[in-house]
Write a protein of this length. Structure first.
Length: 197
């Protein structure tokens, strides 16, 4: 399985992302600014790289999401693409606060700690739907990992399209996320322009 194993803070700096967007509680030295002015293509490519890096998705699944977003009749393609990325199971686990970062949430899903509507799902890219109940498996609830996460992440704000029950380590998808509820610093229009060339 291909994974991005590079230094995270360095990548954040090169893409102009604050590490807090990824759930990392460190400061990025943003002193290195300037350099050449980016071309239109360069800006589009950077936005795509930002989105892929934030959500931890490689090119092929990212492209598949774009194609799926094109088939949705309502909304713009860019907003639909971000909505599909938000509905990935690993991202929902992160948004509910049961993983400190999306990478950790992906590992939690991989290790079969997560149930969707009472069934074990270990596919991080699984798309949840409104009404789905996501919970941590009974056997896993007593693990020290979740006690540590709840201590550090319990105060994290859960988006309005999700409902979290931290006592039971579960949550529910209330509705599809709208663009103004997705707080990632990505200009989806530029990504659509890049793919539609």
């Amino acid at each position: 399985m291909a994974r991005d194993m590079g230094p995270v803070l360095k990548r954040c700096r090169s893409l102009g992302i604050e590490p807090q967007v990824l759930g990392i509680d460190k400061k990025s030295n943003r002193t290195r600014r300037g350099g050449r002015k980016l071309s239109e293509y360069g800006m589009q490519l950077r936005e795509k790289q930002k989105a892929k890096f934030i959500y931890g998705v490689l090119e092929k699944p990212f492209r598949n999401n774009y194609e799926r977003a094109q088939k949705i009749k309502t909304g713009t393609v860019g907003d639909n693409m971000l909505m599909l990325l938000e509905l990935r199971l690993d991202n929902v686990v992160y948004r509910l606060g049961y993983g400190r970062t999306r990478k950790e949430s992906r590992q939690i899903v991989d290790h079969k700690h997560i149930l969707v509507n009472g069934k074990c799902v270990n596919i991080p890219s699984y798309l949840v739907k409104p009404g789905d109940v996501i919970s941590v498996r009974e056997k896993s609830k007593d693990l020290q990992r979740y006690k540590d996460i709840m201590e550090s992440e319990g105060s994290r704000l859960v988006p309005a399209w999700l409902q979290a029950n931290h006592d039971d380590l579960s949550g529910k998808v209330l509705e599809l996320p709208k663009r103004d509820q997705i707080d990632v610093p990505v200009n989806a229009t530029l990504i659509v322009e890049l793919y539609s060339k």
